[in-house]
Write a protein of this length. Structure first.
Length: 384
């Protein structure tokens, strides 16, 4: 029998993606292990568990409350110096960081070598690979060609990401578009809340099985808004019944085992007058208290959003408020030089804020505890 047009399309798409995956994700972790095997873990962390760590100077722990983006395809000396100065919990990758498999493999290996040099467990290596949505490598571009998710392909491609050294995927999206004109609707690959629940459960399970931490986003749901927060922070009243449904989607993903939750930049006027990123009520009260989330919490990007429009605060002050509100980490995806300046300002201003220093230390311990409990973040010669 001759194959149908749809079957030919699927075969061609898989073939093309396999070539691209081989180009950008085909490097084995063995290269990283080979480059790291002769290094030692400095005394700052080696031999210490999270429970053993006493309160440390703010500058020594604050970096672990940051995730940084880098600008190039290789780890140049200037960027490496910034990473060593801040000592972040992780690095987020974009299309600008990927040229081919050798280059990306070396970049990730060099990043983890730097993590070892500064006394960390391995970095979180984060990327946005949403099935049907935002993507940096095109990992899941064609997994819905038949109209339903191809779970075998999703599994094999997730495994390829893990082999490459990517250990955190900023997916799945839990923002159901209750407003059909929502900017987020095009990033949702299903047609109903029930389908979204089922998809996210399976996707989270496959991710975790492959040692790739899944990240539910963007809490508490951006599917109410037409405004894209990259351009204008959404700010309006919403339907409270749909808001409860949105929370139930996140609760289902939490129960399915998501390791992280990302907080969206939006104001839900009739729920909370504060932007969620800076809202203790929404993060500590709702996400942690009401939904019972016990994992790591990260902001959406703070470097390339109109976050502070109409707010009388600096970015350094916003970082402090975001962490005190309950975020474990703040995300700065772009311009690492500017991030370093913000980091230094937060350290300077935070010295007189005992509450902020306590929060930064608690987050540091939570991140160490998380990495201790996941062997993928330990170096092969690391002792506990």
């Amino acid at each position: 029998m001759r194959p149908s047009a749809r079957e030919i399309l699927i075969i061609v798409s898989v073939f093309l993606f396999s070539g691209f995956l081989g180009s950008c994700l085909g490097r084995s972790m063995s290269l990283e292990d080979k480059n790291l095997e002769n290094s030692s873990v400095p005394d700052q962390i080696s031999g210490k568990s999270a429970g053993d760590l006493q309160e440390m100077p703010l500058k020594d722990v604050l970096g672990s409350n940051f995730v940084l983006g880098i600008m190039g395809e290789e780890l140049d000396d200037g960027t490496k110096d910034i990473i060593k100065e801040i000592k972040p919990a992780g690095i987020i990758l974009y299309s600008r960081n990927c040229k081919n498999k050798e280059q990306l493999g070396k970049l990730i290996s060099d990043l983890q070598q730097t993590a070892k040099e500064i006394g960390h467990y391995k970095f979180f290596i984060m990327i946005d690979e949403e099935p049907g949505g935002a993507t940096r490598l095109g990992t899941f571009d064609d997994v819905f060609l038949s109209g339903k998710p191809d779970w075998k392909e999703i599994g094999s491609r997730t495994a390829a990401m893990a082999e490459m050294g990517i250990n955190v995927n900023l997916a799945p999206v839990a923002d159901y578009p209750f407003n059909q004109n929502s900017f987020i609707a095009r990033r949702i690959p299903v047609k109903s809340v029930e389908e979204l629940l089922e998809f996210n459960r399976k996707f989270i399970g496959i991710s975790q099985e492959n040692n790739v931490s899944a990240v539910l986003k963007h809490f508490p749901g951006m599917g109410f808004f037409t405004e894209d927060p990259h351009k204008k922070i959404p700010d309006s009243e919403i339907n409270e019944e749909n808001f409860k449904k949105s929370l139930s989607i996140f609760k289902d993903g939490i129960d399915a085992g998501a390791d992280l939750v990302m907080i969206g930049h939006a104001v839900y006027e009739n729920i909370d007058s504060n932007i969620t990123t800076l809202s203790s009520k929404m993060i500590k009260g709702t996400l942690v208290g009401q939904l019972g989330f016990k994992g790591l919490i990260i902001t959406d990007d703070m470097s390339d959003m109109p976050l502070l429009v109409n707010k009388k605060m600096t970015m350094a002050e916003a970082v402090a408020e975001a962490l005190k509100a309950g975020n474990t980490m703040v995300l700065f995806s772009h311009r690492p030089e500017s991030t370093k300046e913000i980091f230094e300002e937060v350290v300077e201003k935070g010295q007189e804020d005992s509450d902020f220093k306590r929060v930064a230390n608690e987050n540091y311990r939570e991140i160490i505890k998380f990495k201790e409990s996941h062997p993928v973040y330990s170096f092969s010669d690391q002792t506990k």
